[in-house]
Design a protein around this ligand. Structure first.
Ligand SMILES: [Zn+2]
Length: 204
């Protein structure tokens, strides 16, 4: 039997695109790749799920709130944490999906990162695996067993979403052309793709 598929579009939000608060180099280039995939999944009756990083303004991952320098590392409530510029603040323009993304194909939105005490790279769990989003239940309710994943950023939210999806038993295909990375260190994105492949993801 063919597995039931869903498309997972990770954090295609203004703040992760050029001009945004946490711009990923060429992040907007993936929108043109996301749209035809989204149309194709929609036309086959398969879910097209968009995740959104969705932080309160006092979120603990923000360098401004921690009194730290953006891009450096520290600790947040017992977990290693990269300090980020303020980004994807709930209801801000920066948190909106990119205007070029064809939202008519999107069936569901999953919000993450609302808890001020813990960051949430994965679409499934916060970074401490303390709480989960509605995503796993949504997929199970619809009999989805395979995910096609793309989005921003390769080395954070795409990577951790894919690793969690694999651990939860989903078959995962990553569209690498549809991903761009932060690359705090050179090669982080390549390493992230290698880590996903090592755990069983198919990298296109
Ligand atoms: Zn964030």
């Amino acid at each position: 039997m063919t597995p039931q598929q869903a498309l997972l579009l990770i954090d295609l939000q203004n703040d992760f695109c050029p001009g945004g608060a946490l711009a990923v180099h060429q992040g907007d280039e993936v929108i043109a790749i996301a749209n035809p995939y989204a149309a194709e999944f929609y036309q086959r009756g398969q879910p097209v799920i968009a995740t959104l990083d969705w932080h309160p303004a006092d979120h603990g991952s923000f360098a401004s709130n921690a009194g730290q320098t953006a891009g450096t590392q520290g600790e947040l409530d017992g977990l290693a944490q990269v300090w980020w510029p303020d980004h994807c603040i709930q209801h801000s323009t920066g948190a909106e999906l990119h205007p070029a993304l064809a939202q008519r194909w999107i069936s569901d939105r999953i919000y993450k990162g609302q808890d001020v005490k813990v960051d949430s790279y994965s679409a499934f769990f916060d970074n401490g695996h303390r709480n989960q989003t509605a995503l796993d239940q949504l997929l199970k309710n619809r009999g989805i067993t395979a995910l096609t994943v793309m989005g921003l950023a390769t080395d954070y939210c795409v990577k951790y979403s894919v690793l969690d999806a694999l651990a939860l038993g989903y078959a995962v295909t990553v569209i690498s052309a549809g991903c761009r990375g932060v690359n705090l260190k050179n090669g982080d994105s390549e390493q992230a793709l290698a880590d996903m492949a090592a755990k069983g993801a198919v990298i296109l």
